[in-house]
Design a protein around this ligand. Structure first.
Ligand code: 4AD
Ligand code: MG
Length: 499
């Protein structure tokens, strides 16, 4: 028996005999040779089985996609093969001949794929996204670990709201009401008073009745909290943090980004410092006639692009009528489908954009930015944009009132470029007991359940602050995905709990 190896290590074992364990991604036969596209979670490689090894050749006779097996053979250099190597197989040992696999190479609708999420994870695209997700989480934790932060685990069952009562999931806690954590922040603040620099990382829950490409009901958030940090310190922390994450992905996951079709040059520009605007300046930007002209001309360009795509579809349809070879028909049909999807999406965007431009023009100081305003703002910059000092009324009770303009708070949102919108939200915290009490009363909050939180303002209160980064929105942006549902292994969305 030769040694077990993984696909990722094959280039180190040229001309050796190895055994691989994994699954068949695709198999085809051509006369006396079978070609197996083999995968094992570390990569994909082509394996050939020739009829001169009759047992091995016969063993694959009835094996289809996702059959699990071990293959033994010698590793050859093969520049045309993905990964640059190929395995000439002499021995095949089957774990299980898979039943007919529901996910094939043909296009499947998103509902079908979501229902088969447990199997969909095996596709190259989902593998790549999960690896990038892993890297983002590792790099995020590494950033804080290297900078003297202590990890603090905050509770998931909580007695009250931190981010507004409207998005709480309630649970029956032995007959008393309790809620799933919207954030670890309030607890983390207490730990910052003990340890100085702390962070938490865990699942958070929002009963958001939003069916958008940015909202999950269960998502993962990493939150730093630092004693003596003020807003300006948080701005610097957030830009260094995000730059570190992007650099780590570029360093370790370039191949994954390429396989996702991500424009890597855009990510290479992400370097601290990031531009900063206040909320009020952002509102001025939305009202700027130059911006409106730019948006109108972008709209005209996209209309042209849409027409170009439609022309391409007609041309391919004409070709389709001429070809007869089955594989060519398949290929053309697939290309047409992809173009039609692009057109559909573009048409939706074109139909909505005039209203978005109008919304920008009539945006009133004091309203919250919706996804559309964030998209317009973040598209104006090549790097993430730090927006600070939002109106107090639209922000959480714990945010520190801005002494320079008490209508606003000392908070920051970081908007990812290319229209991805908010990925970080945070603030300096109200450290003045009286001010905090006034604010909580104005919000109609019951003070009693928060006495422990108020104690921080009684026993050695200091300026402090922090923020939260949503892992899934970050994955979405870095991978260049259209929807958040592919950023987490098993997405929980309004209207989806299965599988
Ligand atoms: O802006 P948010 O609500 O801030 C907080 O929870 C603060 N307590 C964090 C802090 O200061 N420690 O959420 C922070 C981030 C958002 O910027 C976004 O990336 C993500 O969490 N997020 C969501 N991601 C997916 N689905 C949702 N429904 C999300 N809501 C927030
Ligand atoms: Mg926010």
């Amino acid at each position: 028996m030769s040694t077990f190896r993984t696909v990722s290590h094959l280039p180190d074992h040229l001309n050796e005999t190895v055994t691989l364990r994994g699954w068949i991604r695709a198999i085809r036969s051509s006369g006396k040779i079978r070609f197996v596209e083999f995968r094992d979670g570390t990569g994909t490689c082509q394996c050939t089985v020739e009829a001169i090894h009759p047992e091995a050749f016969a063993a694959l006779e009835h094996c289809g996609q996702e059959t699990s097996l071990a293959l033994t053979g010698s590793v050859r250099e093969e520049p045309r093969s993905p990964g640059g190597v190929e395995v000439s197989v002499e021995k095949v040992s089957i774990y299980q001949v898979a039943e007919e696999y529901p996910i094939s190479r043909k296009e499947h609708g998103i509902d079908f794929l979501m229902q088969h999420r447990h199997l969909w994870l095996r596709s190259p695209r989902q593998e790549a996204i999960l690896r990038v997700r892993h890297r983002i989480i590792t790099a995020a934790r590494e950033f804080f670990d290297l900078d003297g932060f202590t990890l603090i685990d905050t509770p998931i069952f909580q007695p009250g709201a931190a981010e507004g009562a409207g998005t709480l999931f309630d649970v029956d806690y032995f007959g008393s009401p309790a809620y799933l954590a919207q954030t670890g922040q309030l607890y983390l603040e207490t730990a910052a008073m003990a340890l100085g620099k702390v962070y938490c990382f865990g699942p958070t829950f929002r009963a958001e009745k939003s069916k958008t490409r940015r909202h999950l009901t269960e998502f993962w958030m990493i939150e730093p909290e630092v004693a003596f940090y003020e807003l300006e310190d948080l701005e610097v922390l957030s830009e260094n943090f995000l730059s570190h994450i992007v650099q780590a992905v570029l360093k370790h996951n370039r191949a994954d980004l390429e396989s996702l079709g991500r424009d890597i040059s855009v990510l290479e520009k992400i370097q601290a410092p990031f531009p900063r605007v206040s909320y009020s300046e952002a509102v001025e930007l939305l009202h700027d006639p130059d911006l409106h002209a730019k948006l109108e001309s972008e709209l005209a360009d996209e209309k042209d692009r849409c027409q170009g795509l439609q022309k391409e579809i007609s041309e391919k349809e004409a070709q389709l009528a001429q070809v007869s070879k089955a594989w060519k028909v398949e290929k053309l049909k697939k290309e047409i489908q992809e173009l039609q999807d692009q057109v559909k999406e573009l048409e939706r965007w074109i139909a909505n954009q005039p209203a978005h431009i109008e919304d920008a023009k009539s945006f009133e100081w004091g309203s919250d930015f919706g996804g559309d305003e964030e998209t317009i703002l973040s598209k104006q910059f090549e790097s993430p944009l730090i927006v600070t000092e939002y109106p107090k009324e639209i922000k959480a009770f714990y945010m520190k009132e801005n002494p320079a303009d008490p209508r606003t708070v000392r908070n920051l949102d970081v908007l990812a470029p290319e229209g991805y919108g908010e990925i970080i939200g945070g603030s300096q915290r109200e450290d003045d007991l009286e001010k905090l009490l006034v604010r909580m009363e104005a919000e109609g909050m019951d003070i009693e359940p928060y006495q422990w939180y108020l104690d921080l303002r009684r026993y050695g209160s200091v300026p402090h602050g922090g923020f939260g980064l949503g892992i899934e929105r970050t994955v979405s942006w870095i991978c260049g995905l259209k929807h958040i549902r592919e950023t987490i292994p098993f997405p929980r969305l309004m209207g989806r709990m299965q599988p």
